[in-house]
Structure formats: structure tokens, C-alpha cells
Design a protein around this ligand. Sequence first.
Ligand SMILES: C[S@@+](CC[C@H](N)C(=O)[O-])C[C@H]1O[C@@H](n2cnc3c(N)ncnc32)[C@H](O)[C@@H]1O
Length: 362
Amino acid sequence: MDLLSLARTVKDRVEEPITDVLAAARIVTDPRTPLLLALSTLVVTPLYRASFLASAAGSGVLQCLAVRPCDLDSLAEYLEVPDDRRRLRAWLDIGVRLGEFDMREGCYRLKSTPAKLLAQVGNDAVAATLEEIMRFHVPVLLDAPRMLKTGRGFSLDDQDGPVIARSSLALQGFVQEAIGKTLERDRPVRLLEIGCGTGTYVRHAAELNPRLTALAVDLQKDVAVQAADNMARWGLTDRVETRQGDLRELELQPQFDLVTLHNNIYYFPQSERVEVLERARSFLAPGGRLLLTSSCQGGGNLSLDVLNLWFEYADFGGPLPQEDELTAQLEKAGFADVRATQIIPTQPFRAFVGTNAPAATA
Ligand SMILES: C[S@@+](CC[C@H](N)C(=O)[O-])C[C@H]1O[C@@H](n2cnc3c(N)ncnc32)[C@H](O)[C@@H]1O
């Protein structure tokens, strides 16, 4: 090696680390770097965790791993994924990377506290609420400006009926309290439940009054089928008929002592609510009562505000009701003795009761 080449080699070796340090310094001092790091920690990682947990709960993987640690093959069998083990492993490994799962001795197991809690059967409504937030609330936040431009609105098909039916049960305590306060127990009662979801509240009413019989109706076919399956599982088919139907098209005699609408008045546009309530009243026997429960606007609950936003962007339905407005609509629909009760102070959940007053005798 000549002297010149030697000098060049030495010079390069000395300069390399200096160049690396300078490049690293330039990257670290890029004003966007701290913002990216902060976003990643405070916003993106929680979003990834929520998405992963929602899908792990919704697919049943959490519940499966709660029973016992599972290897890739058993999870593939459970999820009925015959071929694509590579991509299933890639998804599961992200769960490990996020700290939700652990991988030991070839088996995945639950690691984080949220994963363990969401896997519990008693927390199914919370797991479904997380799925509802990720699948329905996130899209409205993400797409609202674009939807305004294109004029597209959400349809009922954008909702997953069975997931919503399960997530609605997060309000179970409120609704059951309202039923307990309204339902007569000392005589046979004929109940019509509109928008029955899982059928849980018909079951609750049937348990409170063993002489109660009911017709449970839901607009969505898959929801109605699931409610019918539940009635069979709960041994209630001889007392409860379940069918798919739309309140606006039901042809029924005025035979019911109680008509219930739980958590669905906002599935009807505001302009149609009086008509819908009149229709519900037409199914009541004289002296029969309507029990309508709903979360209302206000109250500072962020999830409810986003749910309200979703219905603002739906091409069916309308915003969550306001207490005074819905009370006035019930009165306009012909109900007497309309009362709105707050089940728990400070909570924006209300139970509305109105009576189909018997015709006055001359
Ligand atoms: C949020 S879910 C509530 C389910 C259940 N009532 C509960 O509280 O758990 C609303 C339900 O109302 C049903 N629904 C909406 N519009 C309806 C209509 N016009 N007739 C009958 N059911 C309807 C939907 O299909 C959906 O299952």
C-alpha cells in the first residue's frame, strides 16, 4: 500500500464514527422526533392495545386463553384457520409485543390485567363495549369530515347487531332497576318488548313475575335469532315468543299491559318519534303502560357524546333524546301521567313511564 492510500484509509476509519455521531445528532434533534415519540407513547400504543384487545375478545381468543395456555396449532383450530399459521402467529406475536400476552414453552398465555379481566364471562358486556368503540365509534371520529363531503351516512348494516346487543348490557343495572320499579308482580302481565337485543330484560321481567308472558321483537334478523336461542337456553320458550319485526310495521291488537323500549329510541329519527310512540301506545290495553329507558344527552359522558355523534352521522335514527323533549313527545303521543326518573343521580340515564289512559266513560 502506498503512503497516499494508507493516509486515505486512516482518514476514513477516523471519520466514520464522527459521521455516525453527526447523523444521529441530526436525527435526534429533528424537531419532529419528540412529537413522534410522545404520540407513540401517549396515543398510538394505547390505540394499538385497545384494537388488539377488542379483536382478541371478539374472536374468543382471550376466553380461550383464560381456560388454558394454548400453542399456535390449538388457537388455529379454535379460530378455524386451517392454513395461514404464519399470519396468525404474526398477529399473536404483536399481542406479546404489546404486553397483552406472554409466550412460554411454545404456548401463548394472558399477561396484562385488562386481557385477564376482559376474558371473564361476567365482563362480556365490557368486552363488547370495547369492540363497539373500536368498530363504530372510531370510524365516525375518523371519517366525519369525509362523510360530510360525500354525503354518505352510516346505515344499520354498519353496526354489528349481536355486538351492540351484548354491549348494551353494560347498562343492565340501570334497566333492571327501572323494570323492577315498573313491573306489576301480583297479576299476569302480557309484555311486548321492542328491540329486545339479547332478550336479557324479558328474562329479567319473567323472573320477577312468573305469570308474565311476552312477545319479544327485534328489527335485525341475526339479533332476533340469537334472542330466540337464548330464550330456549333459559327455558322460556313456552312463555316468550321471539320474532324479527319492525315496530313501524307490526300488526298487533291492543292487548299488552306493558310495552318496553330499552336503549333504542335513537334508532328512530327525531321527526318520527311521536309517531313511533303513538304506535307503541296502540299495542297497549287500556290502562297499560310504556317503559322506555335511554341514555340522554348531557351529563359529560364522552362515550355517550361519541355515540350521539355516530347517530348524527347515520342515515337512520337521530341524536340521543333530551329529557324534556322526550317527555313532551310522549305526551303528544297520547300518554298520560308521563314521568321521567333518573335512576342514579348525576348519570344521564332516564326511565320514562307513560300510561295509555282508559277512555273516559260518559
Ligand atoms: C342498542 S340495541 C338495545 C338492545 C336491548 N334493548 C338492550 O337494551 O340491551 C337497539 C336494538 O333495537 C333494535 N331496533 C331498532 N329499531 C327497531 C325497530 N324499528 N323495530 C324493532 N327493533 C328495533 C335494534 O335492532 C337493536 O337490536
